[in-house]
Every structure is written in structure tokens, then in C-alpha cells.
Ligand binder design. Structure first.
Ligand SMILES: Nc1ncnc2c1ncn2[C@@H]1O[C@H](COP(=O)(O)OP(=O)(O)O)[C@@H](O)[C@H]1O
Ligand SMILES: [Mg+2]
Length: 300
């Protein structure tokens, strides 16, 4: 635990402003960076209707929306994600910690909203997708604030909630391919007032079982709701193989981090990202001294 305590002390020491919970507004249309394109042959007939089309990942629009580093800091941030992804990939492939078959299910969460879950999910998924022999499925499981779906322009596509409501639907029918060969994406699905119950349902357990077993060669990254603001995140966490907890270095109060950690099963690898989140991007916000990494599971 000492590394975590050191890290938490560091969070405390860099906390310069009173605690502030940032409520992220849904991205508006102009921030939508993805475009779903139907695959059609020369005659205009859809080739693979069940695939629901191909999602085009537009990095420039992602960058403009604040979810990729500015060009001049891209290389530096890429290095940070290289360090972050390695142990996660090793654990998932059986070369790291001894884990169950759900090791490939990775939940990205945080204590509070606005800590940087979506930012880190997207960057982690993109970083993993460039690996040879690794394919990634990015799941928008933050159904109340489906920012991944909005950012990729797929909020109208059937997704997780539809899969959970409709027992006849199979996973493949809602997973969308992207123009990045190693990356697929599952939208949050249509808005449902019982989304919380759906995420905590037996059907969700089954879906997760399918995702981890049938796609054992695939890393599944879940952009998840915050631990202290929702109850479904606890249920979700119990079923994951690995957990990545994002701590906003300048904002998340130490107590919130400790309270959130208390909800998580200590037997699972829990990785902390100390994220310098900012509501507006500017030079220096991605600096290495503001971004760290620790793991409770190793006890280092
Ligand atoms: N490392 C970072 N550097 C710069 N901006 C960031 C970083 N992490 C998050 N942000 C910004 O902070 C805000 C909240 O991040 P987001 O990932 O949407 O939080 P969450 O998903 O936890 O609610 C967004 O505007 C995002 O662009
Ligand atoms: Mg989010």
C-alpha cells in the first residue's frame, strides 16, 4: 500500500483549489467526431447490414473536443499510455498476475464525475489498438453520460442498453467496427430510465461472460460511471478483471479516492492514473510530473 499512500499524499499536496466536482455537459453536435458510414457496394446496396456500418475515427475532431493531446504533446502522452497499457496487457494475456478468464475486461472508473475517465479510456483504447496481435473493444458503459458514444457520433446506434433489454440480440449485432483495424466500439445504446438496473442485472453478467470468453483474444475497455455517484459501478467493478481508477490530480479529494477504493475488491489489480484533468486544454497540461501511475495489486 505504500506506493498508493505516497501517491495519495502527492494528490493532497498538489491540490491547490477547493474540491470541485466537474459536471460534464453532454458534448454538443459540433463536438461529434465520429461518423458512421454504411458499407455499400457499387450499387449502393448495404454489404454488411448487421455490422451497422463503419465508424470513422477523426483524430482532429477528437483533439478539438479535448480528448486527444495537442499535436506537440502527442508523443509525450503516447509514452505515458505505453507504460500504462503494458501491465494491463500482460495481465490479460496471462503473462502478468495470475488471474481468471475475465482478465481481459478492464474497467476505467473514478471516484467522481469529471476526473478524466472518458479521456483515459479513449487514449488507452487507441494506444492498445496499435499493438500487433491486440484488438480492443471500447464499451460505453457510462449510460447516464454516454460521452464516448457522443464523441464518436454513435449515440443513435443500438448498444449496451439494447443488448441488455433484448435477450434475442447477440453481441456481434451491436459491436461497431471502426476504420482502425484493431478497434471496435459498443455504444451505450438508447436512453433507458432503468439503465442502472440493467447494468446491475443478471443479463449484464451474461453479456460480460460472453465478452470475456468468446472474445478472449480481445481487450474490452469499459468507460464506466463514477464509483461514488452511482451504485451500478460497484456491480460492474465486481465483474471486471482489472480496474483502472482515474484520479484527477488537481481536483479529486483524497478522501473520495480512499472511499472509492473501499468499494473495490482488493483482490483485483487496481491501477491508478493520476490525471491532470482540465476543463480547457492548454500547454503543459499533459506534463509527466502531473501524470503518474501506481498499482495496488503489486503491493509495491
Ligand atoms: N489528461 C488530461 N489532459 C487534459 N484534459 C483532460 C485530461 N483528462 C481529462 N481532460 C478534460 O477534462 C474534462 C473531463 O474529462 P472526462 O474524461 O470527460 O471526465 P469523466 O469521463 O471522468 O467525466 C474534459 O473536458 C477532458 O477533455
Ligand atoms: Mg465520461
Amino acid at each position: 500500500m505504500s506506493k498508493i499512500q505516497d501517491a495519495l499524499r502527492k494528490i493532497q499536496s498538489v491540490k491547490t483549489a477547493p474540491v470541485e466536482v466537474v459536471a460534464i455537459e453532454p458534448a454538443d453536435d459540433s463536438a461529434s467526431i465520429g461518423q458512421v458510414v454504411d458499407e455499400r457496394d457499387a450499387t449502393g446496396i448495404r454489404i454488411k447490414p448487421t455490422d451497422g456500418g463503419l465508424v470513422m475515427v477523426n483524430r482532429e475532431m477528437l483533439r478539438d473536443a479535448g480528448y486527444l493531446a495537442p499535436m506537440e504533446q502527442e508523443r509525450h502522452l503516447a509514452e505515458q499510455y505505453r507504460m500504462l497499457k503494458r501491465p494491463l496487457l500482460n495481465n490479460a494475456s496471462g503473462r502478468g498476475l495470475e488471474m481468471g478468464e475475465e482478465a481481459n475486461l478492464i474497467m476505467v472508473t473514478s471516484a467522481l464525475p469529471g476526473d478524466g475517465k472518458t479521456f483515459n479510456c479513449i487514449n488507452l483504447a487507441l494506444s492498445m489498438a496499435v499493438e500487433k496481435d491486440v484488438s480492443v473493444l471500447l464499451v460505453d458503459a457510462d449510460v447516464a453520460k454516454p460521452h464516448v458514444s457522443q464523441l464518436f457520433g454513435i449515440e443513435q446506434q443500438p448498444g449496451l442498453t439494447d443488448l441488455l433489454k433484448d435477450k434475442g440480440r447477440d453481441v456481434d449485432s451491436v459491436v461497431l467496427r471502426t476504420d482502425i483495424p484493431g478497434l471496435r466500439i459498443l455504444s451505450a445504446g438508447c436512453h433507458d430510465e432503468h439503465a442502472t438496473e440493467l447494468l446491475a442485472s443478471r443479463r449484464m453478467e451474461k453479456v460480460l461472460g460472453v465478452l470475456s470468453k468468446a472474445y478472449s483474444d480481445r481487450i474490452v475497455i469499459f468507460d464506466s460511471p463514477p464509483i461514488l455517484a452511482t451504485s451500478e459501478s460497484h456491480v460492474l467493478a465486481n465483474q471486471m478483471g482489472q480496474i483502472v481508477m482515474v484520479v484527477c490530480a488537481a481536483r479529486t479529494p483524497q478522501k473520495a479516492v480512499l472511499d472509492a477504493l473501499d468499494f473495490l475488491d482488493e483482490s483485483k489489480p487496481i491501477n491508478l492514473i493520476f490525471n491532470q484533468s482540465a476543463s480547457r486544454l492548454g500547454a503543459g497540461e499533459y506534463g509527466s510530473d502531473q501524470y503518474g501511475y501506481g498499482s495496488r495489486s503489486t503491493g509495491e
